[in-house]
Design a protein around this ligand. Structure first.
Ligand SMILES: [Zn+2]
Length: 343
């Protein structure tokens, strides 16, 4: 797929504050579509690591799950058949059945990256696979295999989630190992839009990602506006990459969430008003060029799950998505970006 240059497309990161069930998957999907998201994500309501490591263990890929922890117990091997596909198949089937496929640009799927999978997989009681380049690279071949299937399935956008990237750099993992680990799954994407998501402080990871083959670099900016200073338009023009601009906070202030839970405050207080989101997107545009933006929340919304027994967290998440899309519409009403030349 051509990069959505000058189109200000919207997507979500993937997790939602809902307990895993078929009904809740439907809810998370419908909420995204109702908000008007261009690339709704396959809802990620389970642990982002185990949802890949468990099926790898089941397929005999050299991993075992013991007391909820993944262990490497023999040679890491690529799965012989597609794994972790049931939620994608469910999403596709549900959207088709509900005549909703025409409403969207494509389905987005989040895939946990090799560095992050290595960071939670043990090789001894004290050591994790991330400490060894060979294991990271083996995991990248496995993730590439998973990604290849998703791409052939026909998804619109694939994001490799690498929250542990900063940790790998901190451990002193060689730069070329990290770039290889990220590029391998990205190279397996032939049709979908290839993206990487890393949240938190990106100062140490950005100069690596800019050298990677990922076309869309997605980060947390709203809660960490310092991240805006890390890339510039010149840098992005030079390598022809786009920025997934996190423009709504996915981790609202804990005290505010507790007050909402205790009915001392209304849930709407955790949602940025449309004007605030619009202003923030325009700030990102000043830095990166409006034409180089994809619009996203800072991260997944799953973290809010622990605060609420009911669906208040999901109400907050959906309203944030709605306001994000509204902000995009307002900007589109004022500025014509589709005719900006790609340099
Ligand atoms: Zn994140």
């Amino acid at each position: 797929m051509d990069l959505p240059f000058g189109k200000l497309k919207t997507t979500a990161i993937g997790s939602f504050p809902l307990q895993h069930s078929i009904e809740k998957m439907q809810r998370a999907l419908l909420d995204q579509i109702e908000a008007g998201i261009n690339f709704p994500s396959v809802p990620q309501l389970l642990d982002m690591n185990l949802m890949f490591l468990e099926p790898l263990a089941k397929e005999g890929c050299g991993i075992e799950i013991r007391n909820g922890n993944a262990w490497i117990t023999s040679d890491l091997k690529k799965p012989k058949k597609p794994i972790a596909v049931e939620f994608l198949e469910f999403t596709q089937e549900f959207l088709k059945k509900s005549d909703l496929l025409e409403k969207i640009d494509g389905v987005k799927i989040p895939v946990t990256g090799p560095i992050t999978l290595s960071s939670v997989t043990k090789i001894t009681e004290k050591n994790y696979a991330i400490e060894f380049s060979d294991f990271i690279l083996k995991f990248s071949e496995i993730v590439a295999e998973i990604v290849r299937y998703y791409d052939e399935f026909g998804v619109g956008l694939i994001t490799i989630d690498e929250p542990a990237l900063g940790y790998a750099i901190w451990l002193g993992t060689e730069e070329d190992v990290i770039i290889k680990a990220i590029d391998k799954p990205i190279e397996a994407i032939k049709r979908a839009l290839p993206s990487v998501h890393v949240c938190g402080d990106i100062r140490t990871v950005a100069n690596l990602l800019i050298k990677s083959k990922a076309s869309i670099l997605t980060h947390e900016f709203k809660a960490l506006p310092k991240n805006l200073e890390v890339y510039s338009k010149e840098m992005l023009d030079g390598v022809d990459k786009m920025i997934g601009l996190g423009c709504v906070n996915s981790r609202p202030d804990p005290q505010l969430l507790l007050d909402i839970r205790d009915k001392k405050k209304n849930w709407i207080e955790a949602v940025e008003p449309v004007d605030e989101v619009e202003k923030f997107i325009l700030e990102g545009a000043k830095r990166f060029g409006l034409e180089r933006l994809v619009i996203v929340p800072d991260c997944g919304f799953g973290g809010m799950k622990e605060y609420f027994k009911d669906d208040t967290g999901q109400k907050i998440a959906s309203q944030k998505l709605k306001n994000m899309v509204e902000a995009v519409k307002k900007i589109e009403g004022k500025i014509n970006i589709s005719n900006v030349e790609r340099t």
